[in-house]
Each structure stands twice: as structure tokens, then as C-alpha cells.
Design a protein around this ligand. Structure first.
Ligand code: LLP
Length: 440
């Protein structure tokens, strides 16, 4: 097993996080419950921020809100001095509602709507990451109408795509995101952007993938982007000042996972940028990164109550819990794998091979295929680890299940940061047209 952050087993043999006994958390807040280890989130923010600043003074860490965003999370991020990568009007609204400074937001997205762009313009969002030539034109028009000059980065496809354990280098990347280098679109966009009176082209951005365990693709991407900055200067005389290398660092889901450390990752990209800057005789750009998963992923644990246990003779034992693909889409979507701990008998020997099923009407709704756990009974409390990133943020109401609550735990204190949805929440936006109203 592995025990991220403040997770430990207490003297009652119960799993404890942030000094809180998980069996008490389950009693107080119900299950399924997302438990976030606040100390670990803060430690990760600080490790990123301080290590990056030490290695490369002109640097900025922007947390990728898509991994997990609530108003309380925005408060924490501001306290820790991070900027914020947002991708929708909803994320901007959430951050603004929490009082997060608009100028520290970086606005991404491959199809920002005019309404979202207007919201970002009127609230003073610091930087727009423009994803296409079409968006460049739209943004210029809307910025002109608003009488504003806005700072932009261009999202570039560096021709490197990385996934968990491998990466590919291709000339022409088939992706809906960004402007191709190989097909000349990136350069065309640069030339256009420089001429646009209401846009100030300040930087370039790339993001090569997520849950990456290998340093090589990060190094290559940094090199390719620096080479492009040099090419732009040679051909146009224009100097790109900022380079945003996106997110993507992998985390531990299984005991066997061996992620790269945050400091090795930062060291690698810093070295690549410095080496290329020297080779091209370029001034060092301001460097940005956008980690999401590696800040919150291991800090999250989901607590479930065990319900029906079904033996399929000679095949497997299905243990159904009170959640599933509604609170964790990742197994169904990516065949993601997880570790789990029996939270109310955490020291019991793991003697039985079981599979953990969700309760959605969907055969693919499985949380864990094949895991060794102590023999389970109805009412047991199961903790699934590393569920802090892309779980709450991808939760849904399939089957009209209510989305779980989220608590932040630290120092023996548990604070609710998202209330559990109620049945009333489920029908809040439903409307029965006059002609369908029940006639008495
Ligand atoms: N920046 C950009 C532009 C991104 O698209 C992403 C993630 C990030 C930063 C943060 O990447 P991270 O550090 O979290 O790897 N739902 C998937 C992950 C999708 C990632 C999308 N973009 C999952 O659950 O694995």
C-alpha cells in the first residue's frame, strides 16, 4: 500500500486523513464522500512554487482548474500564490465568486463562446490562450468592441504527444487543440496576431498530455517551443516573452506506479529552456506551467459504503458500493486503475480477490477490477485512493444520483466545501410545460 500525505492508520485500525477518522467522516457527511487532504494540496502547491522559483526566478505556476475546482479551492490557491488556468465561463465564474483575482487567470479552450470571451474581457482575465486562427479573429473583434487590448498566448501543437508510459513524435498531430507547427498554421497565427491592434502577443503555450511518467517528452516539447521562439525572432524580429509548457506530470494510482518527482520534472524543463536559449542567443522567457493532477490527485480519497455482495460462481465476487461512474468516470472512460483500503478495518489481511462495482445502470460501471481486500460485508467503508483530480470535476447525475459532498480535512478538522446534492437540486431546472401539467 501507499499512504499519500497525512493518510495513516490510527490505533483503532481505522483509516485517518488530515487527522480525521474516516469512519467518523462517513457518519457525519454520508457516503460517497470526497475527502481532500488540505495539507497535501498546500504542500504540493508550495513545492511547485518554491522549487520553480529557485530554479528559474522568472516563473509562474498556474493550477489547472479542470482537475478540481470549487470556491474553497480558489481561496486556497490564492493563499498559496498560484495563478489559475480556467477553461470555461463556469470556471471563471467560480473563481470570481471566490474573489480570486481575474488578472491571475489564464483562459484556455478550443471553442470559447463569444459570451465567455465577453465575460473574460469584462472581468479583466489576465491572459487568453488562443487556440485557432478563427478564435484570433473573434477575439480581436470582441476586444475592439470592448475597447480593450488583451494579452494573448498562442496554443501550439509541438508535434509531441505523450501518454502515461510512452510518447509519440509526429509531424502532423491529429488533435482538436492548438495550431500546428509542421503545417505552418502556428507561424501564420503569429504573423496575424502581431498585426492585430487589440491583441498583444506575449507568449506561446503547449500541453502535450496528462499522467506522463517520462521526462523525455517534456524536454522535447520545451526544446521545440524554444526553437520556434527563435524562428519567430529570425523571421519577423518579434520576441516572444513568455513560454507556458502546460501540465501533465503523472501521479501514483497504484503501488507499482513510479511517478517522476516534481523537482526532477521542473529541473528538466528549466534545463531544456536554458540550453536552447543559450544555443539561439535568446533572452530567457518567463516560464509557466499548469499542473492539475499532480497538485490534487493524491490528496483526494473517495469513501464508499459497501452494499450488495454477489458471488458469480467460478468467475468473480462483485462488491457493489454506493457510488460508481457518477463520481468516478475514469475506470469506464480510461480503464484507470486504483488502490483501495478497507477504511474501518485497515489492518485486516487482504485475503480475497474481488471487483468493486458501481450502482449505475451500465455494465461498464466498475470502479476496480480485481483487487485483493479483506473479506467484505455490507456496511463496510471502502476508501479508493488518488481520486482528487478529475473525479469531482467529472462527476455527473447519471440515473439521477446526487453528486457527493466534498470535505477538506486538516489538523483533525473537517470542513464541508461542497454540499451533497439533494433530490430538490436534481429537479431545480426541470420545467413541466403547461400542456403536460397534471390535470386534477
Ligand atoms: N493545461 C492544459 C491546457 C490542459 O489541457 C491540461 C489537462 C492541464 C494543463 C493539466 O494537466 P494535468 O497536470 O492535470 O495532467 N480527464 C483526464 C485528464 C484530462 C486532462 C486534460 N487537460 C483524466 O482524468 O485522466
Amino acid at each position: 500500500m501507499f499512504f499519500p500525505g497525512t493518510m495513516r492508520i490510527n490505533d483503532k485500525g481505522h483509516l485517518e486523513i488530515g487527522g480525521c477518522d474516516t469512519t467518523q467522516l462517513a457518519q457525519e457527511f454520508g457516503t460517497p464522500l470526497y475527502v481532500m487532504d488540505e495539507e497535501l494540496i498546500r504542500a504540493n502547491c508550495r513545492l511547485y512554487r518554491d522549487t520553480f522559483a529557485r530554479l528559474y526566478p522568472q516563473s509562474q505556476v498556474a493550477y489547472a482548474g479542470k482537475a478540481f475546482l470549487t470556491t474553497a479551492m480558489c481561496r486556497l490557491l490564492e493563499e498559496e500564490g498560484l495563478a489559475l488556468d480556467v477553461v470555461s465561463g463556469g470556471e471563471i465564474y467560480t473563481a470570481l465568486a471566490a474573489g480570486f483575482p481575474a488578472e491571475k487567470m489564464i483562459f484556455h479552450g478550443n471553442n470559447k463562446t463569444p459570451a465567455e470571451i465577453q465575460l473574460a474581457l469584462s472581468s479583466g482575465v489576465g491572459c487568453f490562450v488562443v487556440d485557432s486562427i478563427s478564435e484570433l479573429e473573434l477575439l480581436e473583434k470582441l476586444a475592439a468592441a470592448a475597447g480593450k487590448k488583451v494579452t494573448i498566448y498562442l496554443r501550439i501543437k509541438p508535434g509531441i504527444e505523450a501518454h502515461t508510459h510512452h510518447y509519440i513524435q509526429t509531424g502532423q498531430v491529429d488533435s482538436k487543440f492548438g495550431l500546428g507547427l509542421a503545417d505552418g498554421q502556428a507561424f501564420t497565427a503569429v504573423v496575424k496576431a502581431i498585426k492585430m491592434p487589440h491583441l498583444e502577443l506575449k507568449g506561446l503555450h503547449c500541453h502535450i498530455g496528462s499522467q506522463i511518467f517520462d521526462l523525455k517528452p517534456f524536454q522535447l516539447a520545451a526544446q521545440v517551443m524554444m526553437d520556434f521562439i527563435a524562428e519567430i525572432r529570425e523571421k519577423t524580429g518579434f520576441l516572444i516573452q513568455d513560454l507556458d509548457l502546460g501540465g501533465g506530470l503523472g501521479i501514483r494510482y497504484l503501488c507499482s506506479d513510479l511517478p517522476v518527482s516534481i523537482s526532477n520534472y521542473l529541473g528538466t524543463i528549466v534545463e531544456a529552456v536554458q540550453e536552447r536559449a543559450a544555443a539561439h542567443n535568446l533572452p530567457l522567457p518567463k516560464l509557466l506551467i499548469e499542473p492539475g493532477r499532480s497538485i490534487v490527485g493524491e490528496a483526494g480519497t473517495t469513501l464508499y459504503t459497501v452494499g450488495t455482495i454477489k458471488e458469480v460462481p467460478g468467475v468473480r465476487q462483485y462488491v457493489a458500493v454506493d457510488g460508481g461512474m457518477m463520481d468516478n468516470l475514469r475506470t469506464a472512460l480510461y480503464e484507470a486503475k486504483y488502490e483501495a483500503i478497507l477504511a474501518n478495518r485497515a489492518l485486516a489481511p487482504r485475503k480475497q480477490l474481488v471487483s468493486i462495482a458501481g450502482r449505475a445502470c451500465e455494465s461498464g460501471d466498475m470502479l476496480i477490477w480485481d483487487i485483493m481486500l479483506p473479506p467484505l460485508v455490507r456496511g463496510d467503508l471502502l476508501a479508493v485512493l488518488s481520486t482528487g483530480a478529475y473525479h469531482y470535476s467529472m462527476a455527473n447525475n447519471y440515473n439521477r444520483y446526487t453528486r457527493p459532498a466534498v470535505v477538506f480535512v486538516q489538523n483533525g478538522q473537517a470542513d464541508l466545501v461542497v454540499k451533497r446534492e439533494t433530490y430538490e437540486d436534481l429537479i431545480r431546472n426541470d420545467i413541466i410545460p403547461e400542456r403536460l401539467q397534471k390535470k386534477h
